[in-house]
Design a protein around this ligand. Structure first.
Ligand code: ZN
Ligand code: ZN
Ligand code: ZN
Length: 152
């Protein structure tokens, strides 16, 4: 991947970057989508559609179905606003909605804390190894389970 200004967003700046990315793709940034994004970004660790539905229901004082949250999360993943952490069966907000990477996740088995790193050299190596085996890689999943700095 070419060199670019790789900036990890937080808080309001993350929400703005996500909103820009989604609207650039011709999708609307609705109140519901914003509520789901805020809940996801506020979680701090991978969250399931049920976790998010519960959080949004609590924040809005009305029941929000996990199904509608799931559809929004799906749109977020397709739009690079969220990433799926496969081994946790859950989602995290993507801190760089404006640029594409095969994100690498370090997941603590003790506290669930998930650290996100980008190493394009490593993920390109995985893609090349797959290509060498005659396999067309759509999405390399690189997740490392273990103990975070605080738990070890
Ligand atoms: Zn980047
Ligand atoms: Zn990343
Ligand atoms: Zn931990």
């Amino acid at each position: 991947m070419a060199r670019h200004d790789h900036h990890l967003h937080k808080g309001d700046s993350l929400r703005d970057a996500a909103k820009n990315r989604l609207t650039e793709r011709g999708e609307q940034w609705t109140d519901m989508r914003q509520a789901v994004f805020d809940a996801l970004a506020g979680f701090g660790k991978p969250a399931s559609a049920y976790d998010i539905a519960e959080e949004v229901s609590r924040a809005q004082g009305r029941r929000v179905a996990a199904n509608s949250v799931y559809r929004i999360l799906d749109l977020f993943v397709q739009s690079n606003l969220a990433m799926r952490v496969e081994s946790a069966n859950a989602y995290v907000a993507n801190q760089h909605p404006g640029c594409l990477h095969d994100c690498i996740f370090l997941i603590c088995d003790t506290c669930g804390q998930t650290t996100h790193i980008d190493d394009d050299k490593l993920s390109t190596g995985v893609r090349e190894a797959a290509a060498g085996a005659g396999f067309e890689a759509q999405r390399p999943v690189i997740e490392v389970r273990g103990k975070c700095g605080e738990c070890s």
